[in-house]
Design a protein around this ligand. Structure first.
Ligand code: ZN
Length: 179
């Protein structure tokens, strides 16, 4: 479930922006072990982007209670009942929340993500993810295994914000005229 949750965060990030590239989204799916064929169309990606926007609300929730409210709404409005599938004996049995093994990509994304994020919240009793605190960065991340107070999507954003805070405090001191 953690691998699926990380795939969710990577897809939400890849689907940000006005015109996400189908080849780029397929590359993220491939990198997270999704089986071929990954022949995404522009329409698939547009629909997946709408699903990613819905999932962003889970990452925006600051407390477990708020994340649970969002997940319950998504589960009620956008997924089917829980069932087990082995894709006709080709995979181990695993749970699905989409309506069909061959559901469209956007339904698959929303359903598999809701499943993974729900299990993480259940296990940890914490929000399953967060949004980068760097202004101008819209990336989301999974909080599990990343320390108690993770605020940024990446080392790059954390470093940039640390440097910016340092510059601000230096500017404030010299504006004081005290040194
Ligand atoms: Zn960031």
């Amino acid at each position: 479930m953690l691998a699926t949750a990380r795939r969710t965060a990577a897809l939400v990030n890849a689907l940000a922006g006005d015109r996400p590239d189908p080849a780029g989204v397929a590359a993220v799916l491939r990198a997270h072990g999704e089986a071929e064929p990954l022949d995404l169309t522009g329409d698939d990606v547009t629909a997946m982007r709408a699903a990613a926007d819905l999932l962003r609300e889970v990452f925006a929730a600051e407390h477990a209670d708020a994340a649970a409210v969002v997940l319950n709404r998504l589960l009620r409005e956008h997924t089917g009942p829980l069932r087990l599938t082995s894709h006709g004996g080709t995979t181990p049995w695993h749970p699905h929340l989409d309506h069909d093994d061959n559901a469209p990509w956007d339904e698959w994304l929303l359903a598999s993500s809701c499943m993974a994020l729900t299990v993480l919240l259940w296990d940890d009793q914490l929000p399953p993810g967060g949004s980068c605190a760097s202004p101008g960065c819209r990336n989301v991340f999974i909080t599990r295994g990343s320390g108690p107070e993770r605020r940024y999507c990446s080392r790059r954003c954390a470093t940039r914000e640390r440097v910016a805070a340092h510059r601000r405090s230096r500017a404030a001191r010299s504006a004081d005229g005290s040194r």
